[in-house]
Design a protein around this ligand. Sequence first.
Ligand SMILES: O=P(O)(O)OC[C@H]1O[C@H](OP(=O)(O)OP(=O)(O)O)[C@H](O)[C@@H]1O
Length: 237
Amino acid sequence: MKPCFTTSVAPSLRFSARVLSTAHAPRRWTSKKNVRMFPKAMAPANGAISTTSRRYEGVSWSAVEALCNDIFQKAKNQNFDVILAVSRGGLVPAVLLCEAFELRNILSATVIFYADNGEQFFGMTEPRFLAFPSADALEGRRVLVVDDVWDSGRTAQAVRSRVLRAKPKDVKVAVLHYKPDRNIFPGEEPDFFSAITTNWVVYPWERPSPKTPQVGLDSADSSVKQGSADTTSTSVA
Ligand SMILES: O=P(O)(O)OC[C@H]1O[C@H](OP(=O)(O)OP(=O)(O)O)[C@H](O)[C@@H]1O
């Protein structure tokens, strides 16, 4: 199967300085889908990064589908009653998983933690909830929390804790990408994840920004390992 991902990032010393100066380095960046930013000769040979030691990983729409399908295969026997999407990153995966699970009951938690430049909003040390479902929508239910990435794990853990306060029958967390190297919760990890990465993941729904590097989706990136359905650029767990 052909690799779905690429990475090619415009070299920017200004950007490098910003990343290096960030205490909790941002975990991903906004993207421009299917845009090649370099003349071909300048592109990194393997399609992967350029600045500092950080690697960027662009995820294509087809790869998102494959990652979601991989989660579905791992979790399909769980009989969830409701999917709780963590907005915004978890919204698209949650819809795909709802279709896979044939679930109509989808809720969302609106959480902010990182600004569009990848740094924490106003130095926030914890995610902040802008919206969360009422307790009676979760009480006694088997809840699947869905997000795109578990980086530090703060967002997923905050959502999980808040769900638990509503006394669900069960709560599980699923993410497309898990970054164990950046997880700050020893002994905790997503219940379901499709890929492990150390890269800065750029999803196809993310909006490009003139201040950020651009990540193309038209060549292969880094280590590739088969998932259950399709190809991903990172190792599928
Ligand atoms: O594990 P963590 O360190 O908490 O990071 C992961 C969270 O960061 C991103 O959200 P972000 O705050 O960027 O909001 P967005 O999804 O609306 O872009 C992502 O969608 C996760 O929710």
